[in-house]
Design a protein around this ligand. Structure first.
Ligand code: ADP
Ligand code: MG
Length: 354
């Protein structure tokens, strides 16, 4: 497959209102060539509106969209050199898989030999070589999604936009497709702006996450940065499952992640409320006697059966405490520098020394 053209997207101060209410405002971000960027947030927070303004399907009230330094804010969609994949695959039912994939190239009168060579490459990539002559009605949901994906890839557009492309698929297929999509994006060096409300999807695929709430960006950064250093209680609870525990403590909000809390005979007195076995681990909810009976969840590796009401004292290390303001929920303590999920350099040295 030929090299993709370079693409650097720059979105500046985008704003869009409907009937005097802000759908989105102050949207600023950049995407570098080859990056997989996820716009994440709850339903109605403005993800699709933002994506549509990048695509040219919505007109911003103010702000700009630049692709490689070129202002494309007011260009029609067809002139932006973008490929798009939507939640509804938007396939033509009367056309075959091959015709669906090549539809855009035919419309642009790409020479037939180039069409055929790109088709062969892309169907091998998305595993559709045996289905070229079928109609969409003869395909499974996952195969339809791959046709939509192939149609976007074959365009070799500098920037590809996807709006919840996997949300119609069942859980197992969605998992497989995530891994496939990420692999294809890496192999081709695609620059991808991907919308989802699913934090697991964002965490597992993104180079960079842009987290939105109520029409604004609340934090952007790598998945690790958002997980380890949430900028607010909203971020702390949106990313991670179960979410970070938040406790009222001395006019502050104290946050601790479930995996950082453990049983400790000398810890805070607490008793078991619920105990849910999840296979790899058990999620235990306890009531803290010294903290107004506030409830928190902790993650215990492996299987554990506990009787509700039984004593389960807990503690956590100071380094895993996050503090937020009671008034606006913003983070108060300095960003944590330790990494909770990666092997530290000293651990690696130790492993090598063994
Ligand atoms: P998301 O994709 O994050 O679920 P949207 O971008 O679709 O959210 O919507 C953001 C907000 O803008 C919502 O409050 C939605 O109701 C509103 N909105 C979106 N499109 C329109 C429209 N065409 N007319 C009026 N309001 C709209
Ligand atoms: Mg949407």
């Amino acid at each position: 497959m030929t090299e993709l053209a370079t693409a650097k997207l720059s979105v500046k101060a985008l704003r869009r209102s409907y009937d005097n209410t802000h759908a989105v405002s102050d949207i600023d971000f950049q995407i570098n060539q080859g990056e997989f960027v996820v716009l994440l947030g709850p339903s109605g927070c403005g993800k699709s509106t933002t994506l549509k303004m990048v695509a040219g399907l919505e007109t911003p009230c103010s702000g700009s969209v630049e692709l490689d330094g070129r202002d494309i804010t007011h260009l029609p969609p067809g002139k932006r050199q973008l490929a798009m994949v939507f939640q509804s695959y938007a396939l033509f039912p009367h056309l075959s898989v091959a015709e669906n994939i090549l539809f855009g190239l035919k419309a642009r009168r790409t020479p037939a030999d180039i069409q055929q060579s790109r088709l062969a490459d892309v169907v091998a990539l998305v595993n559709l070589s045996d289905h070229l002559h079928k109609k969409p009605s003869q395909l499974s949901g996952g195969q339809c999604q791959r046709v939509a994906l192939a149609r976007a890839i074959v365009a070799e557009a500098p920037l590809c936009l996807m709006d919840e492309p996997l949300s119609n698929l069942d859980a197992k297929l969605r998992n497989d497709m995530r891994a496939e999509l990420r692999a294809i994006q890496r192999r081709l060096g695609m620059t991808l702006l991907y919308v989802t409300h699913d934090q697991v999807e964002a965490m597992s695929m993104a180079d960079q996450i842009i987290l939105m709430n109520q029409g604004e960006i609340v934090q952007s950064g790598s998945p690790q940065a958002l997980y380890n250093n949430p900028a607010s209680t909203f971020v702390a609870q949106f990313i991670g499952s179960p979410p970070m525990n938040l406790m009222n403590a001395d006019n502050l909000i104290l946050g601790v992640r479930p995996e950082h809390i453990h049983r400790d005979i000398n810890g805070y007195p607490a008793s078991v409320v619920t105990c849910d076995y999840h296979g790899a681990d058990t999620i235990i909810e306890v009531e803290l006697h010294d903290f107004d009976q506030q409830r928190i969840k902790l993650r215990h590796p492996g299987h554990l059966t506990l009787v509700p009401g039984s004593a389960f004292p807990v503690s956590w290390e100071k380094q895993y405490e996050h503090y937020f303001s009671c008034s606006d929920g913003q983070r108060i303590n300095a960003p944590q520098t330790h990494s909770t999920h990666q092997t530290t350099t000293s651990e690696m040295t130790h492993v090598q020394a063994l």
